[in-house]
Design a protein around this ligand. Sequence first.
Ligand SMILES: [Fe+2]
Length: 207
Amino acid sequence: MIFSKIKINSKGLEFSKLKKCYDSIFETIIKTRGIITHDNLKFNNHLGDITKGINWTWSCNADTLLLFENCIRDIKSQINSIFKNEFYLFGASFITLYDSEISDSDFHLDVTSQYDQSPTNILTLIFPLYVDDSMGGLEYKESDKIQIYKYNYDEVFVWDACKLAHRTQPYKLSQKKKRVLVSMNLVSKKSWSVNSLKTTLRYQGNL
Ligand SMILES: [Fe+2]
């Protein structure tokens, strides 16, 4: 399996905790770079380069990672069964775009490794915190055809990080609006997969 959609209850308590946390650091995310602390939580805020103006705000300690992990606890066994491996959460971030137009975005694989194989060993999981229909979804390639996945609040989109080429679908709005996604990186216990993911995410700002 290269990708899958899994239903979630985004109105649940764990999701509202995560959203509340995001809301309290949003102003800092768009104004500053580097470490952000909030109570016992710690993030690293990094400006990415795959999509112009994209902010990656990475969980930086165990308490913060737990806040994210609690949101996928109920679907963890489903993920393992769909992708036929045992995964654990390695990294998590908020992805913020705060602009009226996103035009500059490249197709990419999240992780590349010469050891990549079947079954899947590295997954990217995404669900939205703030998105509306006028904003771009996720463009991905399936047998060289471009498909579009539109984010929706009751679902996570999960894909094989080494196999699914994708990018942010370009979009234009009448005014500047925030588009916020939650991204999680899951990995098997294979040492090559952990090392590849660690190297890739460090480059994107995961300390
Ligand atoms: Fe990506």
